[in-house]
Design a protein around this ligand. Structure first.
Ligand SMILES: [Zn+2]
Length: 443
């Protein structure tokens, strides 16, 4: 297997050197926050880190657990510019994501940040075996969302031609894909699946599709969905992780071994915590990912609560990168369904529905409905049998639904009602897929 790096020295840095670099960068970041005299400095001072001298005394990364968390609510309350550690006049770009109370969260970037971010994205491409000779079709949304421009600048940094399609306009996507000869595709996994359906329906001559690889992110997706996308588009599919509060896409990425996502650890310090008790968990334990930025210029954050659920492993990867790996995101603490006291993630349901043996009978789409019946919370999973199965009659459809219900019970321990609907009924996503419809009566 051919292993590519963008910055080999940094990506394969000895673990002890990495720790030293991280500690130095953490202290520098804290100093930067102090110098900015803003919202984050006040938080640090309240937590007991009173002066630059206290920062100088930090001599181990473990001491990070004494620092306060930063949450989305903090970022909303500092809206629009209160979180920045550089004057607004130094910024060259902003992005934004949805906040919690209607106001968005603003992410700010200086020229230095854009340069660093582009380099991190170039690492992502190289890790997936993509080179400057590839042609990238970028179907992530361009705009306030970080996906479009994050991939765009990364591709330019690598020297790869990029087709800035943005999302939607599927017919035009297919025309450009064939005429320009895109070899790699960037979009959400649900849109990749949608595009594959459209290609199968509308492209008569498959030899015109030159795609070899794709990098799909911005929503949690299962390995079963990966296999489905890989077989229907005939490509290699890679996961990527990021969030606009931290920088955007490029926080973590898969290498060709696809065995967890390497976190760009020279730039981001990860921790896993128990989201209820806030206790720091050990490697291998599943919990909420918390990230401290180590190399951000405009907007460094300390211990940002991502709400994403995963676990870390430091077992060395065959690709030679020394950066820690995290599991594919299992879900978000927000998306976690608590049903009869059991925690269920949509990705677990998906991992059953998208097994190859069921995808022979059903389309790779679904919607989880949560509802209340006789004061009890219930789960209904809407599936869409393929036309020939649906038309074969109720008993055929029901036997498949029963088997799926049983397998879901085996995996998550909760009984779900399975509702088959006519072909074409479940909404196909062109951006982030909606997986849950919660209509439970709140008491
Ligand atoms: Zn690797």
């Amino acid at each position: 297997m051919q292993i590519r790096y963008f910055e080999k020295k940094q990506e394969t840095i000895a673990v002890s050197d990495l720790k030293t670099l991280q500690l130095n960068r953490l202290k520098k970041t804290l100093g930067q926050i102090f110098a900015a005299e803003g919202f984050l400095k006040n938080k640090l001072v309240k937590s007991g880190l009173k002066s630059i001298k206290d920062i100088e005394k930090i001599d181990s990364l473990d001491e990070i657990k004494n620092l306060p968390f930063t949450s989305k609510i903090d970022l909303v309350s500092a809206y629009p510019f209160g979180i920045f550690s550089r004057p607004v006049k130094n910024l060259i770009r902003i992005h934004a994501s949805s906040g919690t109370t209607g106001k968005p969260i603003i992410a700010g970037y200086t020229k230095t940040d854009i340069k660093i971010w582009s380099g991190l994205m170039a690492r992502v491409f190289c890790a997936a075996g993509i080179s400057k000779n590839d042609i990238g079709q970028n179907a992530y949304g361009y705009g306030l969302f970080t996906g479009g421009l994050g991939f765009h600048y990364g591709a330019e940094e690598l020297g790869m031609m990029i087709i800035p399609m943005s999302t939607g306009f599927t017919e035009r996507q297919l025309t450009m894909m064939q005429d320009i000869g895109a070899t790699v595709l960037f979009c959400t996994p649900s849109y990749a699946l949608f595009l594959s359906e459209e290609i199968n329906k509308n492209v008569k001559d498959r030899s015109k599709i030159k795609l070899k690889k794709g990098i799909f992110g911005a929503e949690p997706w299962s390995d079963e969905l990966r296999k489905k996308i890989e077989s229907s588009l005939n490509i290699d599919a890679y996961d990527i992780y990021g969030l606009s509060e931290i920088i955007g896409p490029g926080v973590a990425f898969e290498c060709v071994y696809k065995d967890g996502l390497h976190i760009n650890e020279d730039n981001f310090l990860p921790e896993i915590i128990n989201p209820k008790t806030n206790e720091v968990l050990k490697d291998g334990e599943t919990g909420e990912l918390v990230i401290t930025s180590l190399n951000r210029d405009a907007m460094p954050l300390i211990r940002f609560r991502t709400k994403d659920i995963t676990k870390l492993t430091r077992v060395k990867c065959q690709c030679g990168r020394t950066f820690v790996r995290m599991d594919k995101i299992k879900g978000r603490t927000d998306d976690m369904i608590i049903l009869k006291g059991v925690n269920v993630f949509p990705s677990q349901i998906e991992s059953v529905l998208f097994r190859p043996e069921y995808l022979e009978y059903i389309e790779p789409v679904y919607l989880i409905e949560l509802y209340t019946e006789n004061l009890l919370d219930k789960m209904n999973i809407i599936i869409e049998p393929k036309a020939e199965i649906f038309n074969a009659g109720e008993s055929r459809v029901n036997s498949i639904a029963n088997e799926i219900s049983h397998k879901i019970y085996e995996l998550v321990g909760v009984r779900a009602k399975i509702t088959p609907v006519p072909p074409g009924t479940v909404e196909r996503s062109q951006g982030k897929a909606k997986r849950i419809n919660d209509i439970r009566k709140k008491i």
